[in-house]
Design a protein around this ligand. Structure first.
Ligand SMILES: Nc1ncnc2c1ncn2[C@@H]1O[C@H](COP(=O)(O)OP(=O)(O)OP(=O)(O)O)[C@@H](O)[C@H]1O
Ligand SMILES: [Mg+2]
Length: 263
């Protein structure tokens, strides 16, 4: 007896026993289902690995930003402060009639002050120390206050009770809020903004709503700007989503939702 395929072990061999039989369509279906499941498992493993790597790259990028921010603040910033003090000391030793030199020194001191302020601002933009020192809530309030002062927007912040969030999640939500507020300042022509952070059913929700000119959400998401697209990709690494609701002329609401890690 040599059937082409034996249903008992799905190979071309036959056991030659009484249990041997021809494969039925149900056997074929079961084999296909098994193959499909194996492929699906592999796909899911690859997807998990891809996300793990994506999160690792992003973490390295944030670490680098943190290092640069400190270097700018502590290194460049302190040197500029020292130069400013030395120039001021020289100015104090000048005779009363050295007006030209005095004016040149004053101009140099003013330049130092401006550069120092720019350096500090750049350092804070790269990685605000408040995020590492005091956490997300304080960092969002700081962001709203400084963005409001810089752009003239009236930014209200509402933060509900939240469980402790890990550093990655705090950074992620902070970056989304930062991009959303930047976009409002640049594109929305809004007057007021509401930034809300709450927990709902095991997920953290960040909403940033403005009363500006609105936009076409589909087009905005596809516009090729790295802002919204980059945020959506980052959120996906954490199983999160980003959606935008807007009607031209009636403001925009951006909402990021991220599941809290189990436990
Ligand atoms: N709050 C908003 N109000 C009105 N339009 C908006 C708002 N947010 C985004 N947009 C529109 O969506 C587009 C895409 O935003 P996105 O942040 O992706 O890119 P961008 O801000 O143009 O550039 P960048 O890469 O520097 O962020 C913007 O160009 C703007 O037209
Ligand atoms: Mg943008």
């Amino acid at each position: 007896m040599s059937p082409l395929r034996c249903a008992t072990d799905s190979t071309v061999r036959c056991h030659g026993t009484t249990t041997c039989r021809w494969p039925t369509p149900m056997d074929d279906l079961a084999a296909l289902r098994q193959q499909y499941q194996a492929l699906l498992d592999r796909l899911q493993r690859n997807e998990r690995e891809f996300r793990r790597l994506g999160r690792a790259v992003w973490r390295v990028q944030e670490d680098e930003r943190r290092r640069l921010a400190r270097e700018l603040h502590d290194g460049v910033g302190q040197n500029l402060t020292a130069i400013k003090h030395r120039l001021a000391a020289i100015a104090n030793t000048l005779p009363q009639d050295a007006n030209n030199v005095q004016a040149a020194l004053d101009a140099a001191i003013a330049l130092c002050s401006d550069t120092l302020e720019d350096t500090r601002q750049l350092s804070r933009l790269l990685r605000p120390p408040v995020l590492d020192d005091l956490g997300l809530e304080a960092a969002l309030r700081w962001l709203a206050r400084t963005q409001g002062e810089a752009s003239g927007l009236d930014i209200a912040v509402e933060i509900g009770p939240l469980p402790a969030l890990d550093t990655d999640l705090q950074t992620l939500l902070f970056r989304v809020a930062q991009e959303a507020l930047n976009n409002i300042a640049r594109h929305a022509q809004a007057r007021s903004v509401l930034l809300r952070l709450v927990e709902r059913a095991g997920k953290v929700q960040l909403q940033v709503a403005d009363d500006g000119r609105g936009c076409e959400p589909e087009a905005a998401m596809r516009s090729g700007g790295s802002g919204l697209g980059g945020m959506r990709e980052r959120l996906r690494l954490y199983d999160g989503t980003l959606d935008m609701h807007s009607t031209p002329g009636a403001g925009t609401r951006l909402r990021a939702v991220v599941p809290l890690p189990a436990g």
